[in-house]
Design a protein around this ligand. Structure first.
Ligand SMILES: O=C(O)CCC(=O)C(=O)O
Ligand SMILES: [Fe+2]
Length: 298
């Protein structure tokens, strides 16, 4: 069914941890003070040109220590990023900026990433689908195997739709599939991501992700087939502890259930693969493209 996203002032840190963070429940944290709205317009672009910025398909990744932000430090973000029990990638900040009308295809974040996503300027429309009732997923991957017109069904999916405006900070827990549409030119958002060292087997996607990780470590060619540049050994950048925690949690039944589901979902490939590839190309082409610029081809 369609759910209504909770809203909480970003200053209410204790309620955030008690009601949302621990329960891995999405929430829109409101009221981040963006003191210099003019600078926010250029900020994403400045970050993209940062000496340490890495261009990844669809976004730019940066180390945690950023300077000259057009907003004061956000204590809630600092408390999450300095918590025990999480692993951080070397560049755990992602910056997103695309032209009006761009849609980031439906996916959940790989590496069991959770995130805090700050809208800097412009607006974005989000669809979030619960990991208990996921959309069809591409075998061995975190992308959904659906076309552009996929809409969740009120009887089959639990989902949220909402818009983010400048100063909104979305908590997006791991495994929630999301599709994001830029509603204004140069909409920019940035997020901080992390991977919990502990698995969460409560949802179907949580169990699938652990089982896939185990399958990929047992049968390395599966991993290369799925995402050739991502090795399960570096999963979540959490080292052997994280890998062990996640794969030890998998029992034979979970492994079997996941393998069967992956084989069944493979039957959708002939119908949706081209559409997923098209949507993925759009994501790459629109990475930091302004409305008045031609698409990048790399
Ligand atoms: O803003 C977007 O277009 C995509 C954001 C996203 O996928 C994420 O934050 O994980
Ligand atoms: Fe994402």
């Amino acid at each position: 069914m369609q759910l209504t996203i909770d809203r909480l002032p970003v200053t209410d840190i204790s309620r955030f941890f008690a009601e949302c963070y621990e329960r891995e429940k999405p929430v829109l944290l409101t009221g981040v003070e963006l003191t210099d709205t003019e600078r926010c317009r250029d900020y994403a672009r400045l970050l993209a040109n940062h000496a340490d910025a890495q261009r990844v398909s669809g976004h730019v990744a940066l180390p945690l220590e950023l300077t000259g932000m057009p907003y004061p430090a956000i204590p809630l973000v600092d408390s999450v990023m300095s918590r025990n029990g999480i692993a951080l990638k070397p560049s755990p900040v992602k910056v997103w900026m695309q032209p009006r009308g761009h849609t980031t295809l439906l996916h959940y974040d790989g590496n069991s990433l959770s995130g805090l996503n700050l809208q800097l300027h412009g607006r974005k429309r989000w669809l979030l689908v619960s990991p208990h009732t996921p959309p069809p997923l591409k075998p061995l991957s975190y992308l959904s195997l659906t076309n552009e017109t996929f809409t969740p069904h009120k009887d089959r999916h639990d989902y949220y739709t909402f818009e983010t405006e400048p100063g909104d900070l979305l908590y997006l827990p791991r495994y929630w599939a999301h599709r994001v549409r830029a509603l204004e030119s140069d909409s920019a958002n940035l997020n901080w991501v992390w991977t919990s060292l502990q698995p969460n087997l409560q949802s179907r996607v949580g169990r699938r992700e652990c089982a896939l990780l185990k399958l990929k470590t047992m049968i390395p060619p599966l991993s290369r087939m799925a995402h050739p540049r991502i090795s399960p050994l570096h999963y979540g950048d959490g080292g052997p502890t994280l890998l062990r925690n996640y794969t030890d949690a998998v029992d034979p039944l979970m492994l079997l259930e996941t393998a069967i589901r992956e084989v069944i979902s493979a039957t959708r490939i002939p119908f949706y693969q081209r559409s997923v590839a098209r949507q993925h190309r759009q994501l790459v082409a629109n990475n930091f493209r302004r409305e008045d610029q031609p698409a990048e081809t790399s």
